[in-house]
Design a protein around this ligand. Sequence first.
Ligand code: PLP
Length: 411
Amino acid sequence: MITINENYLKLQDSYLFSTIAKKVAEFTKNNPDKKIIKLGIGDVTRPIIPAVCDAMHKAIDEMSDIKTFRGYGPEQGYDFLREKIVEFDYKKRGIDISIDEIFVSDGAKCDTGNIGEIFGIDNIIAITDPVYPVYLDTNIMAGRTGTYDKEKDQYEGVVYIPATCENGFVPELPTKKVDMIYLCFPNNPTGTVLTKDQLAKWVEYAKENKSIILFDSAYEAFITEQDVPHSIYEIEGAKEVAIEFRSFSKTAGFTGVRCAYTVVPKELKAYTEKGEEVSLNKLWNRRQCTKFNGVPYITQRAAEAVYTELGQEQIKENINYYLENAKIILEGLKEAGYEVFGGKNAPYIWLKVPKGYTSWEFFDYLLEKANVVGTPGVGFGPSGEGYFRLTAFGSRENTIEAIERIKGITV
Ligand code: PLP
């Protein structure tokens, strides 16, 4: 008799975006004349920049010529792209990363999900709360958690580290020993960041406890403030304790093109049950070579073009466009009397819902009164209850109109 991985049965239905879609569909059916503005889902809207499109066209031409056609590429990514990553994302910031520490992939979602495969099942995981749901769900699937406690809205065996306005969105170090620590900064959903000193405390903790930090910096390109680390490797000693995930999705509008990379430094070690050291770089390389056949050549040429002078100029234009939207949302909501966070180093604005409302009640209120769609904070973890996320990825026109509408309704 064929059996299943029963860990999947522990998963709560991910009803967040489907519930939002259902509510919006019902509202539209009952109010066909109302124009809804969606500032909910974290997907980009600006098109791929010309420098990238040109590089893709050129790569397609190469693929159609017998002399330059390419089949399977290296599982770790082509050197032309890995070299650019090393030079622009690391060397320019004074960080020494070598090319064979870079693993190009088709997404930070898959990488942050798949990375768990190289770690033992008994490791204790810690996640900041609220956070991007992939870290938790993939660990539930793997069997690294207990069952779901409905009352607490938490899984047994997982260490949740709240990041709320009470602690200034700076998660405190765990009091209990943890092994795998997921950090996402700039954070999705709160849009908040850590300073170098704040991040350094986590690196120190990981060193002392022989833990590993899984650092997701998918929104690194949105950082505008000084003293906010773009890479965890800006912190001394981080190469001994951290894996870093980066993506071209939000940096260069690649959500539909698909390209990302993961850095696994060679200094990074984990242990066998007997306490012998094992290189994580070697394990991840083995995993990728076995289960992954590389990112398409055309896509990697596209990603390479992001690092050209023109590419950098053009992606900055798009990022600034989104950051300007974020500013409009942030300032508009403040004027309307809301307590708001994030938005300065990230495309996300996190607001406290008015007293007396839950996240979902506020969702309904905003949809009904302002015809604006956002995301209830509780969808990102129990500490997200009482908060709401708006994204800066809409058009300028819609962003301005949405804020005007929100200002026009009194809660
Ligand atoms: N990491 C975070 C924190 C995200 O918010 C997202 C997407 O929303 C991803 C990773 C996914 O990135 P990718 O498109 O490279 O899979």
